[in-house]
Write a new protein. Structure first.
Length: 683
């Protein structure tokens, strides 16, 4: 009979067991692809509780997606029983929201602050830059937003003197000087607008939590009591602020266990810093390091190929992934004429493999570097009647109807949410025109009122145009009525939301503005998904409230269609970034050409090593078989241009590759030359 002590070690190898049995002090677990990192982190959390080292409410586990948090929660529950429900298992952002909801008023925000979405931040930046024209060459909202995110994630936002960091490609150009001239002023305006709207953006959630702890030590002590043991998943994806959060929270006890793989650090473009995992022992002196180097996922051939590729990186820890799995089939390499032939050959090869193996459609994944590459693949799969699902297409929260409903709900909990107010004040139409809103904005500026208060003042002072009076009155009455209902609601939140949608006639509005019945039904389904999510939340939450639901919707996009995992029996089409964390028996990697994979702009901005790590991730998604495709030419805009094979192909030993040449050599001399270059590169 298994004892209560060693049940936490069942099924673990020696390295995994060493990580689970470590108790106090800092611990770094380097977990190669498919080496069982989730098992280690969940067994460790359960062992800390089960062996009496910590109470459940003294353990904090943080990761990057709600899907990963939910999986961790379920696995710990299986090992530790009901005690697992008392462990705080959250994403970084959700954890910080939890802390700020208790203490945000100390920083000048009300506790019912809103979380600004990506579209909200773009709209705010557009508004605060309206009066800044650079010789007719306007500022790029995406570049400005990216700069602000960099400033916050690397600590520059805390300094009034630090020069905003620009992308390398922009910093060296003449336009870069123009951005530097205005960025600090725009940043100050942007932050002021967020505060006026009682709102924080995603980066603020982390930064403000750190600021709170530094300014009010008692809040940090409160947090430390609930986080004596800290576990961090996917540590290679952390940025500077997240490192500071962990170090600050860990305090003198330093009971920090981080799990990650520097060879899978692929998010530098959004602020992640691979140096956090490479320099862990410097940040936490005396740390124990355990390396999980046995992969349980991939065949021997795939592992060997991946090792050969990634060891060309210099900025990495020295390790070699191993496996006890069979060597399996060699890697198939297809050379094709262009992206259309690539798609056709990929579809034919998929059918061939499926017929040979009897595998379901869901066993196959087609991976590519950029989302635009899915289009010819979709056409080819349709032509062969192959079921497929595309991941990473239109984000659920970018859908107009979803943004409308969420904006109404946000306005119910935060009357100062300016972006939500402006989005729905005339949806459906109420006759409140631009002139009225401009007058309201002026009152807000002069008298420090919210937009709702400003509209009420316009009514009271008789300043509203006659056509707008009834619309203003009905809108303000609607907000007042439903704010009260939502404030007092608990389990009946979805009923009130349905009533609100009915009261404003939103579905009728969708019907009159849709081009077809099919479009209307699709848009109505988006509204229904939000209501279903609200129903699930109200049934599951311990103390349901509308602002808590909105926190979860902003921080839990996967439940609404982003970051999904494949569900039905269909081939998965996705970018390599979207595939991280997933695995498939049969993986196709397409578009392996210089300039595309590795991507030219990413190489210029982030260097070649992150692109190589991305290819390593692509290879190690495969369990049994990997097939690689490169074209001799590929369309760029309106023209097709010759393409050289990706340098990564030459980094795989030829003994591991089977060349499946399917190219019909073009007649044009320049194409023939390109084909020869491709053949020479492989030889």
């Amino acid at each position: 009979m298994t004892s209560a002590v060693d049940r936490y070690e069942i099924g673990l190898n020696d390295a995994q067991r060493a990580a689970v049995n470590h108790v106090t002090g800092p611990l770094l677990v380097i977990a190669g692809a498919g080496s069982g990192k989730t098992r280690v982190i969940t067994h460790r959390a359960a062992a800390l509780i089960g062996r009496g080292h910590a109470r459940p409410d003294e353990v904090l586990a943080v990761t990057f997606t709600n899907k990963a948090a939910a999986e961790m929660r379920e696995r710990i529950h299986q090992l530790a029983g009901e005690d697992a429900r008392k462990i705080c298992i959250e994403t970084f952002h959700a954890y910080c929201v939890r802390e700020l909801r208790k203490f945000a008023d100390r920083l000048g925000w009300r506790r019912d602050f809103s979380i600004a979405s990506e579209s909200d931040t773009r709209a705010l930046i557009r508004r605060v830059t309206e009066d800044i024209a650079l010789g007719g060459d306007g500022l790029s909202l995406d570049i400005v937003r990216d700069c602000f995110s960099r400033m916050k994630n690397n600590g520059q936002a805390e300094s009034d003197e630090a020069e905003p960091e620009l992308p390398d490609t922009l910093a060296a150009s003449e336009r870069g000087a123009k951005y530097r001239q205005h960025l600090r002023l725009i940043f100050e305006r942007y932050q002021s607008a967020l505060r006026a709207a009682n709102s924080m953006d995603f980066d603020d959630l982390l930064l403000m939590t750190l600021r709170l702890w530094k300014a009010f030590p008692e809040t940090l002590e409160d947090a430390r009591r609930r986080a004596r043991f800290i576990l961090v998943d996917e540590y290679q994806d952390t940025n500077r602020v997240q490192l500071d959060l962990i170090r600050t929270l860990a305090g003198e006890e330093r009971n920090v266990c981080v799990v990650g793989d520097d060879d899978q650090a692929i998010y530098g473009w959004r602020g992640a810093d691979v140096r956090n995992i490479l320099q862990f022992e410097r940040h936490f002196p005396g740390a124990k390091v355990v390396t999980l180097d046995i992969s349980y996922r991939s065949s021997g051939t795939i592992i060997e190929a991946a090792n050969h590729v990634v060891r060309n990186n210099r900025q990495r820890r020295d390790k070699t992934l191993k496996t006890h799995n069979p060597r399996g089939r060699k890697i198939d390499l297809f050379t094709v004429a262009d992206e259309e032939q690539e798609a056709r050959e990929a579809a034919k090869w998929l059918l061939h493999v499926k017929n040979k193996t009897g595998a379901p459609w869901s066993a196959f994944a087609m991976l590519y570097r950029t989302g635009a590459q899915s289009r010819p693949l979709e056409l080819a799969l349709r032509a062969h009647e192959i079921p497929y699902e595309v991941f990473g297409s239109q984000e659920f929260f970018d859908r107009v109807e979803v943004r409308d409903i969420i904006a109404y709900l946000r306005l119910m909990v935060n009357p100062r949410d300016e972006q939500a107010f402006l989005r729905v004040v005339n949806v459906p139409r109420r006759g409140i025109g631009d002139a009225t809103l401009e007058l309201a904005h002026e009152i807000c500026r002069r008298e420090n009122k919210s937009l709702g208060m400003a509209l009420a003042a316009i009514l009271e002072r008789g300043s509203a145009p006659r056509a707008a009076v009834s619309g203003i009155r009905s809108f303000l009455n609607l907000l007042m009525s439903y704010r009260k209902q939502f404030r007092e609601a608990r389990r009946n939140l979805p009923d009130i939301a349905r009533d609100l949608i009915s009261r404003i006639g939103y579905l009728e509005f969708l019907k009159t503005t849709s081009r077809s019945q099919e479009q209307y039904e699709n848009r109505a389904e988006g509204v229904n998904v939000v209501l279903q999510a609200l129903s699930r939340y109200a049934a599951e939450a311990e103390n349901p409230s509308l602002y808590d639901f909105l926190d979860r919707t902003h921080l839990n996009a996967e439940r609404f269609g982003n970051g999904r995992t494949p569900s039905g029996d269909a081939v998965s089409l996705m970018t390599v970034h979207s595939a991280k964390g997933l695995e498939f028996p049969y993986v196709f990697v397409l578009g392996l050409e210089e300039g595309l994979f590795p991507h030219a702009r990413s190489v210029e901005e982030n260097g070649i090593e992150e692109e190589r790590r991305l290819f390593y991730v692509a290879l190690t998604r495969g369990m049994k078989m990997v097939s690689l495709f490169h074209a001799l030419e590929r369309r760029q805009g309106e023209k097709s241009r010759p393409a050289d094979p990706s340098r990564f192909l030459a980094e795989i030993p030829e003994t591991l590759i089977v060349c499946q040449r399917r190219v019909a050599l073009p007649a044009a001399p320049e194409k023939t030359d390109s084909a020869k270059r491709g053949r020479r590169r492989r030889k």
